[in-house]
Design a protein around this ligand. Sequence first.
Ligand code: NDP
Length: 279
Amino acid sequence: MREINGATRILGLLGDPVEHTGSPAIHNFIAERMGDDIIYVPFRVRSKHLEEAVAGAYALNVLGLNVTVPHKVGVMQHVTELDDAALDIGAVNTLVRVRGGFKGYNTDFSGFMRELDSVDIQVNGKDVIVLGAGGAAKAVMYALKKLGAGNIYILNRNVEKAGASFGNIKNAKVLGFSSWNEIPKGKYVGIQCTSVGLAPNDAECVINDDGFFDLIDEAVDLIYKPKETVFMKRVKERGGRVYNGLRMLMYQAVSSYEFFTGREVPEEIVEELYRELDT
Ligand code: NDP
């Protein structure tokens, strides 16, 4: 049986709700395989208690925390340091213990970049279509900028909101879903960042026109439940290469763990973890 003693370090997740989170399973798996005396636990924290929770975690000598819905933006006010990428994206999902408090990082963007790398989707100089403009799309857009993507077409239900977030990016254009045919003919990498298609509503997709799917030859849907969304099926039917968001989820956790401990998680542990998660 796993022994917890006075030397065991604590990692945790701040969110509300946290009942269905997969993060403890992922981090405890990594800690066990790495031989680290670390335990990861979920903490349900109401928004009104967020500041106290962060201060309390520091006082309790907690090594690091992940942050999930609804605190990814609010927690930025309670960190002592902020990584540049997290500041640019406007969201923090990882708190790393530093002198006097926690430093906020965003590993959603790096998780997404590591997924692209692992499935060999190259976006450097390539044109991209992004569906959605929420928090996940912001991390994706940051990654696309860092990777040197070509022209980016962002399609969203609320065009005004998408324009406010991405309207000032010079190689990006914001459109409504029904205006997809304004996108010039060509082959694009498609990144599905809306929550449409997520189980139990897995018969849904934000766009259903065949012509739209002719534009995409490689795609990632950030959703990982179901394993294959309608968006993925439609791209695949037309000969495209598709992946779900499971690798992104896994790599954001791996990147967080690496920040927490300052050590790289070896590729064989990552591969074993992926096989576990993909069952
Ligand atoms: P947000 O709530 O911030 O954004 C939701 C997005 O979905 C917005 O673009 C929103 O459009 C759109 N949307 C929601 N409902 C509808 C609808 N009925 N019709 C059309 N568009 C709709 O969520 P996140 O950005 O945080 O997450 C989005 C998805 O990405 C989720 O499914 C989440 O599970 C997944 N995700 C996966 C990760 C991974 O590691 N694989 C990491 C993070 C997220 P509008 O702006 O118009 O409201």
